[in-house]
Design a protein. Structure first.
Length: 352
């Protein structure tokens, strides 16, 4: 498969599409590529399910498109298979257009320079469909592949959440393993796909479940500890070490709170923020920031984590936290003031 090829597979139920139908399907699928410009091809996969419905005397075509953070669906039925394929393809195209319309709310999509950059990228294409009985056969398998692609980020997020719980004294160091939390999230997702809130993307749902699962484990550990006769000491430092070894979030924090010139990628330094002195390394600054953040209200800590460290925008953060966008905006204004004050104090050069 070439580097710009999108993978896809066909699942057949009580139907054996002939050469003509497969050729029609390939042409219809190929037309979707122009709508997928800007997405990395390796993050995409299309599953096409073709099914004959004998009792209804009809055929159904179901399209499931896995994107980096979304899974889009379309399903159409008709008296013949080509008509069902045609309708399902058009419906999926509308779903992609709707998603791209939302993404265009991002400042980048509005600028000619960004659109020109997209046009310079390699033209996408769909590869030949993989062999029968290979590739994801069910929605659960599509979701499993998506959550697997997000595993590293979800694990880092769970580690930071648990590390903060250790700093606040809610749990001893190493009491809860982040990998166990993420594994339970995977189990919940695949066992109850129908419980995904319709107003959340799959990615947002994953992060909400991480918050719910880590919170549940922290509460259970606290309750079990309360019922025990003898207190439990520190069992392991693996959690703290994992958090310390995670990629430093400092660069994201600084880039977020410095003012824009035209675009966020055209940052200019805030003259009020003094560059870090040689006495304070980046690693030390992150540790100091951790101890600063632990004193914040829990709701602000959650917004800080999701917006500044994970990278969700205000609307996505609100959806994950079950807050209104206005509440998140208010928290972000407070957090920005806290961070500016923190950076001024923590990075001030002695004697200046």
């Amino acid at each position: 498969m070439t580097s710009n090829a999108i993978s896809w597979n066909i699942v057949k139920k009580d139907v054996d599409p002939g050469f003509t139908v497969k050729a029609t399907l390939s042409r219809k699928v190929a037309k979707l590529t122009r709508r997928l410009a800007g997405f990395a091809p390796e993050t995409l996969h299309l599953q096409v399910l073709l099914e004959r419905l004998p009792k209804k005397g009809a055929f159904t075509a179901k399209f499931t498109l896995r994107l980096p953070s979304h899974i889009l669906h379309s399903e159409k039925s008709a008296e013949n298979l080509p008509a069902a394929i045609d309708s399902a393809t058009e419906a999926l195209a509308r779903e992609v257009d709707s998603l791209r319309s939302k993404l265009r709310g991002d400042y980048r999509w509005k600028r000619p320079a960004w659109r020109a950059r997209l046009n310079e990228e390699k033209t996408l294409m769909f590869a030949e469909p993989v062999e029968d009985e290979t590739g994801p056969q069910t929605l659960a398998e599509v979701v499993a592949s998506l959550i697997a692609a997000h595993d590293e980020q979800l694990l880092a997020h769970a580690r930071r959440v648990l590390h903060m719980a250790e700093l606040t004294g809610d749990i001893p160091t190493g009491a809860i393993d982040a990998r166990d939390s993420v594994n339970e999230v995977v189990r919940i997702c695949l066992a109850a796909l129908e419980k995904k809130p319709s107003d959340l993307t799959y990615e947002e749902w994953f992060y909400r479940l991480v918050a719910e699962e880590t919170g549940r484990q922290i509460r259970e550990f606290t309750e079990e500890t309360r019922l025990r006769v003898s207190p439990i000491g520190e069992t392991s430092r693996s959690q703290t070490e994992a958090a310390d070894n995670a990629e430093s979030p400092l660069q994201w924090v600084v880039s977020e709170i410095t003012p824009d010139e035209d675009l966020p990628e055209e940052r200019i330094p805030d003259p009020a923020v003094i560059p870090p002195s040689v006495e304070v390394s980046g690693h030390e600054l992150v540790k100091i920031l951790d101890h600063e953040v632990k004193t914040w209200p829990p709701a602000e800590r959650e917004v800080f984590e999701l917006h500044y460290l994970v990278g969700f925008n205000e609307a996505e953060t609100a959806a994950i936290c079950s807050q209104t966008k206005e509440e998140v905006d208010a928290s972000l204004r407070k957090i920005e003031l806290r961070l500016r004050d923190f950076l001024r104090q923590a990075t001030a050069i002695p004697g200046r």
